[in-house]
Design a protein around this ligand. Structure first.
Ligand code: ZN
Length: 305
């Protein structure tokens, strides 16, 4: 059973504490062992530079996380393959794991497109414009000013289109979102839920969900209880968000963006990556095998360029 997961923060965890084991670390949600329970899967791994890192060091830290990706996740395992393009997906064997490098927030880029192109050449294939606050590209969802894209941000999206990289709107301000819808060729929301079901600013309104669908975009359902219910959550709550997005026409545009290793609590019954099976079993009770396969893998994978 193959899974595509559009967002996790394992690189940040390995950067924060170099003694944590990716192989089978206790308390680590996305480990090699957990991934290998579902061989053939593809996991996106985000470069997230924490807010407290001084601006002058952010790019260096982003590069440190790229190094961790190759040294601790790719190099030690013969069967872990970097996904850069459609061909890598087609070549991925049943006993292999695909890993895709993504960027969460462009603070590390400053106002230098050279850095974006360098990260692209190092393997980054999806770029979240902001985390929660403002940067040189746009305002994040918790920046009270709520502005959209900067002039640099507009050029930045042109470059993402040119490189054929996904533009990720998770964490982006509302104004930024609508500007991205006008400009991005490959928009996604890697880890966001339905605002209608859980009114948190990190979630997407029905209008936003419909706009992403219309732009042939993708939405990864986030497992963080705060974004599912605002309180405690179960697997059934994830299904509610899936159902809402399907009702808006999203059947071929949704998948998972668990946020594993970036979240301090999880839905009951979905404590780590290895529990994916239980989510899929629950989905099988409500959807056809083909629909479930689309949610768990095909919808996102089909749009890898
Ligand atoms: Zn995030």
């Amino acid at each position: 059973m193959r899974i595509f997961d559009a967002h996790c923060d394992i690189l940040w965890r390995l950067w924060e504490d170099r003694y944590i084991s990716f192989h089978d670390g206790p308390g680590v949600q996305v480990t090699y062992k957990n991934l290998m329970k579902y061989p053939g899967s593809i996991q996106c791994m985000a470069i997230y530079v924490p807010e407290e890192v001084p601006a002058s060091r952010k790019y260096e830290v982003a590069l440190e996380m790229v190094d961790i990706f190759y040294e601790k996740i790719v190099k030690p395992y013969e069967n872990v393959k970097v996904i850069l393009a459609k061909g890598d997906v087609q070549a991925l064997k049943d006993n292999e794991i695909g890993v895709m490098l993504t960027l969460e927030g462009c603070d590390a880029i400053g106002n230098d497109l050279t850095r974006l192109r360098t990260l692209y050449r190092l393997g980054v294939r999806s770029v979240g414009l902001t985390w929660n606050y403002a940067n040189t590209v746009a305002d994040g969802v918790l920046e009270e000013r709520g502005a959209g894209l900067t002039n640099f941000g507009r050029n930045f999206i042109k470059e993402l289109n040119h490189l054929r990289v996904w533009t990720d709107v998770s964490h982006l301000s509302l104004n930024g979102f609508w500007e991205v819808m006008d400009r991005a060729s490959y928009p996604i929301a890697s880890h966001s839920n339905s605002y209608h079901l859980c009114p948190h600013p990190r979630n997407l309104t029905d209008e936003q969900i419909q706009a992403l669908i219309q732009k042939n975009g993708l939405i990864g359902i986030n497992f963080y209880p705060l974004f599912l219910t605002g309180g405690e959550a179960t697997i059934a709550d994830i299904l509610m968000h899936i159902e809402r997005m399907c009702a808006l026409g999203g059947e071929f545009h949704i998948g998972f963006g668990s946020d594993f290793d970036g979240i301090d609590n999880t839905p009951i019954g979905l404590e780590s990556y290895q529990k994916y099976e239980d989510l899929v079993n629950e989905l099988m009770k409500h959807y056809s095998a083909e629909q479930v396969e689309n949610f768990r893998f095909n919808n996102f994978v089909k749009k890898i360029i």
